[in-house]
Write a protein that binds this ligand. Sequence first.
Ligand code: ZN
Length: 408
Amino acid sequence: MLDYFRNIKPMKLTAFSTVRLPKIIFGENSHQQLPSLVAAYGPQTLLVTGSASFCATPYWPQLQDALKTTGLQWRNVIIDGEPSPQQVDRIVAQFHQTGIDSVLAIGGGSVLDAAKAIAGLLPHGNSVMDYLEGVGRGLDYKGPAIPFIAVPTTAGTGSEVTMNAVLSVRGHNGFKKSFRHPDLVAEVAVVDPLLLASCPPALIAANGMDAFTQLLESYLSCRANPLTDALAWSGLEAMNQHFFAAWKGGDSVAAQQGRAGIAYGALISGITLAQVGLGSVHGLASPLGAYFPIPHGVVCGTLVAAATEENIHSLHQRQPDSPALEKYAQLGRLLNPGVELTNLQAQEALVTTLHEWTQRLELPKLSHYGVQASDVDNIVANCRGGSMHTNPIVLTDNEIRKIIESQF
Ligand SMILES: [Zn+2]
């Protein structure tokens, strides 16, 4: 008992503030509440979906019937792949001043991000390039947005609870940037694990690694606080327990619980990233996703082990007293339960386990998408945007280069 108390470290209650969150409705069959939720904002909704995911499920005809019964009218737009500013502008021009009362988005992260930007621009009718960070005209968005209801059908980005819409233009001079404002946060996020049942294993793998990386990076963020730590830890526990059962798929109880677990983990990852930011993996995901056709979750899954290894190594060298090292050790123990590990052993076990996950999920390496040694300088030069600022240590260009080159 004495040992127990001796090992408890005093809780450090740093100052923090929170950013706005939607009303969150989580649980199986929660999608059945959509007609009444939408109706609360008026009779006309703009329904934004992906090209296949949701519309191929039996829930789509059921939802259409329920919307009709509730007396709602809807127009449907489809987002195929990662949205571009031009695509968002086209849709806004089409539906501006057509009496749309709400935007209902049902789909993966790309669908939710596009819909979030559309909802923000519909009342005003101007271009998203007025506001896009870093590449836009730098105007201040003043809101308001049209009420936005977000329904994820993948367990990945957590976009249903964040205030930014990521838009991209692909290619050598491409970019992947955010339209960001508290008014863009959804009014309601409906997270129904049943909607994940049609998600193929490769998508579960990539999206799940995105959610896991977002939880890990916000847990390790230099802005992390006791509130986000508690949330991130709960999400990490859920991902650790349920990720592989969800990935295997099927109708077993374990698979169903698995889908609920990763839906929860992804939701929490969006909450914590919105509060305290991310780290070097997401810093690198921005140029990698802009220049190469790599799905965001694949970038995360491919880099998280090497990035964690590099952070731990640099912290030992330059900031050996950083509380981040203790947190990495906690994560190593979470992923390797039942084994007595020193902090150093637990940190090594964390890196080993993350490498094993990447191999088991058969995530393709960066070179598979055409990333070459000659691209590395350009990637390093463009990775120091938002997410890098909250990495637990400032990495040198050489350290960042090592992370990328480990995945050729
Ligand atoms: Zn992410």
